[in-house]
Write a protein that binds this ligand. Structure first.
Ligand SMILES: *[C@@H]1O[C@H](CO)[C@@H](O)[C@H](O)[C@H]1NC(C)=O
Length: 384
């Protein structure tokens, strides 16, 4: 009897031990599953996004009128992700592909950092590089700086620490030129970045709406000395609004020699060095929509313009309206009213772009808009 009782209490001990074990196991397993799921989500969140491959080459009728520039081409085409392209994306050496901003004046710095911060926020896997006058790194003896230089030094630090930007100080393009003058610096310095296979330069100030289209351009293009965004839909000239470049010492020397002989603008220098249409981005790489769009074209949109479709089909908008100084300046409302688009949808899109720029400027640089004064405009006119 006693023996049997002992056995039954033993059984109950074993049973409860088994139950506790099972519960613990279940608890552990569910915890493990949850944790794995969390880790996967985390990995997906951290992992840089791989770009979509470019659409296959196909014949596209060239856009003709201004109104056509202003019309989105019906969204980005759906693309099949072929295995080969997928693998190309997987094994691509992203450390040799980069986005570059070039600043020559203090006032341009925030817009450049904003663009690079957008690429960071949109998880582009390519490098982000900022070129600026080496002079800005000169330390003062008592470590105090004027308000302009203090802001500049703060923004350079922010770019490097918060947005992972590689800082590349540059020298004047012609040896011995006055390093305090913005005109002593040139886009030709892009060619000095010979450690990179391909770099993409965007002319600011503007807003990036979609980094993946640019990542595709960087990843799936051939390396050529120059592939520039066409100045006109007719593709008769290159512009400097977007440049895809294979840097080389040879091109760098060639451009530097040219600049030393004649003082030309960057645009004229590139136009006399690279021929069109050979040095333009191919039509099919531009077939994904509005790769670069200038805000002033929103004034020429045709009826039926749809702001939602426009945003979806547009990669980068350069905020450029010739009558006003730039999105960095606090332009009086009465002046804005005079130049904003008449089409209601386009006007809304236009105002939204300028407002978004103002907000991002505050978020990224902690800067209000610059005070507007007509002197600024005169200064700009004199420069052109
Ligand atoms: C714009 O296009 C979107 C998406 O195609 C659609 O949902 C929306 O109704 C359109 N808006 C107007 C005003 O036509």
């Amino acid at each position: 009897m006693g023996r049997l009782l002992l056995t039954s209490s033993q059984v109950s001990v074993v049973l409860s031990a088994a139950i506790i074990f099972l519960f613990t196991l279940a608890l552990f397993l569910s915890g493990y599953v949850l944790q794995q799921r969390y880790v996967h989500t985390l990995q997906a969140a951290i992992k840089p996004r791989l770009p979509k491959p470019l659409p296959p080459p196909r014949a596209i009728p060239p856009p003709t009128l201004d109104a056509k520039w202003a019309r989105p081409m019906g969204g980005r085409p759906e693309i099949d992700e072929t295995y080969a392209q997928y693998i190309a994306g997987q094994t691509m050496d992203w450390s040799r592909l980069g986005y570059v901003q070039v600043v020559r004046e203090h006032v341009e710095l925030c817009s450049a950092v904003m663009l690079l911060s957008d690429l960071h926020r949109m998880k582009s896997p390519a490098k982000r590089i900022l070129m600026f006058p080496r002079l800005w790194l000169a330390t003062s003896e008592d470590d105090t700086y004027g308000p302009e230089m203090s802001t500049t030094r703060r923004l350079l630090r922010t770019a490097a620490r918060r947005y992972g930007v590689t800082l590349m100080p540059m020298e004047p393009i012609v040896e011995g030129a006055d390093d305090t003058l913005p005109s002593s610096y040139s886009l030709a310095s892009l060619y000095s970045l010979v450690d990179y296979e391909r770099i993409l330069y965007l002319q600011g100030p503007g807003l990036l709406l979609d980094a993946s289209a640019l990542d595709s351009l960087l990843a799936f293009s051939k390396s050529e000395p120059m592939a520039a965004y066409p100045a006109t839909p007719e593709r008769t000239d290159l512009s400097t609004s977007l440049l895809l470049i294979h840097p080389s010492q040879q091109s760098f020397n060639q451009l530097r020699t040219l600049r030393a002989a004649t003082h030309t603008t960057d645009l004229d220098m590139f136009r006399s060095t690279f021929s069109v249409p050979g040095s333009l981005l191919s039509e099919w790489s531009l077939s994904m929509g509005n790769v670069v769009y200038e805000s002033q074209h929103l004034r020429n949109v045709i009826d039926g313009f749809n702001a939602t479709v426009f945003e979806q089909a547009t990669t980068f908008v350069r905020l450029s309206d010739p009558e006003i100084a730039g999105p960095e300046y606090d332009i009086p409302f009465s002046d804005r009213v005079k130049i904003r688009p008449e089409n209601v949808e386009a006007r809304e899109a236009w105002s939204k772009l300028y407002e978004r720029f103002r907000q991002r400027r505050m978020e990224v640089c902690g800067l209000d808009l610059e005070t507007y004064s007509p002197i600024v405009l005169e200064g700009l006119a004199a420069k052109d």
